[in-house]
Design a protein around this ligand. Structure first.
Ligand SMILES: [Zn+2]
Length: 257
C-alpha cells in the first residue's frame, strides 16, 4: 500500500513538473506556438491568422519613430509582437494577470485584444485606444528590461509604479506632449481635478482612454523631472526621493499645492 502511494506521489510530482516546465517554456518562448511569422525591420510579427500587414507595419514604424527619442533605444534590439486575441496562448498569458489589452514580457509584446491597424486603434475595456501609442508604450517596457535586466523589471521586482509606467507613457505620448497647444501646467491641473472627481482611481487621460491614475500621475512626474529639471530616466531610477516629495514639488511648480 505504502509503495503504491509512493508511486502515485512520484507520478504526480513528475506531471506537475512537466506542466510547470511547459508553462515556463511557453512564457519565455511563445513564438513557437504561432503559425504565421512576418519580418519587418526591427520587428517580427506572429499570428495564427491573416491580418492587415500593410497598416500594422506602418503603425509599428510610427511607434518605432517615437521610441527612437528614448535614451533606452537600442538599434540592435529586436521586437517580437504576438497577435494573440484568438490564440490559446492568450489564456496561458492571462496567468500573469487578467484584464489588460497588451503586455510586454520577457522580450516580446502580446496584443491580447483584436486590433484595427487601418483605423489605428484597439478596443479597450472602456473606449478605444490608439494603437501606435500602445505599441510604443509596450516597446519601452521591453527596452526597460533590456537595459536594466528582466529580473529588475518583472512582476515580482520593479521600480515604483510611477517610474515603471510613467516613462513609457512619456515616450508613447510624445506627439501629444509636443503639440503647440500643450501645457504641462494645465495638464497637471487637469489631473488634480480628475482625481478629485474620480471614485474608482481611474482617470480619462485622453478622450475616451481611461487608465489607472498612476499612469497619468507617473507620466506627469517623469515629464516634469525630464523636461523641467533636465533629468535622464536613468537618474530618475537611481534617485530615491519619495513619490510624495516629488509630487509635492510638481504641485508647487504648478502653484496648486
Ligand atoms: Zn505599461
Amino acid at each position: 500500500m505504502k509503495k503504491a502511494l509512493k508511486k502515485i506521489t512520484a507520478s504526480l510530482i513528475v506531471i506537475l513538473l512537466t506542466i510547470l516546465s511547459g508553462l515556463i517554456t511557453v512564457t519565455f518562448s511563445p513564438q513557437m506556438l504561432f503559425a504565421k511569422k512576418i519580418e519587418h525591420q526591427a520587428f517580427t510579427i506572429y499570428s495564427n491568422t491573416d491580418f492587415d500587414e500593410t497598416h500594422l507595419v506602418s503603425r509599428l514604424d510610427d511607434a518605432y519613430a517615437l521610441i527612437k527619442h528614448s535614451e533606452l533605444h537600442d538599434e540592435d534590439y529586436h521586437f517580437d509582437v504576438l497577435l494573440a486575441h484568438n490564440h490559446f496562448f492568450n489564456k496561458i498569458e492571462d496567468l500573469q494577470g487578467k484584464g489588460v489589452i497588451a503586455r510586454a514580457t520577457a522580450g516580446y509584446i502580446t496584443l491580447k485584444v483584436p486590433i484595427d491597424p487601418k483605423n489605428n486603434h484597439v478596443q479597450g475595456s472602456v473606449g478605444k485606444i490608439n494603437l501606435t501609442y500602445l505599441l510604443a508604450h509596450e516597446m519601452i517596457h521591453n527596452l526597460q528590461a533590456n537595459k536594466y535586466g528582466l529580473l529588475n523589471f518583472s512582476p515580482l521586482k520593479h521600480p515604483p509604479f510611477w517610474k515603471l509606467e510613467g516613462y513609457p507613457e512619456y515616450i508613447a505620448r510624445r506627439n501629444q506632449l509636443h503639440a503647440n497647444d500643450y501645457s504641462l501646467r494645465s495638464e497637471i491641473q487637469r489631473y488634480v481635478e480628475l482625481m478629485k472627481a474620480s471614485n474608482n482611481m481611474f482617470v480619462e487621460v485622453t478622450e475616451g482612454h481611461f487608465v489607472p491614475f498612476y499612469y497619468y500621475k507617473g507620466r506627469l512626474m517623469v515629464e516634469y523631472l525630464m523636461d523641467i529639471k533636465g533629468m535622464t530616466y536613468d537618474e530618475i531610477l537611481k534617485d530615491d526621493t519619495s513619490e510624495e516629495v516629488v509630487f509635492q514639488e510638481v504641485l508647487q511648480w504648478t502653484k496648486i499645492s
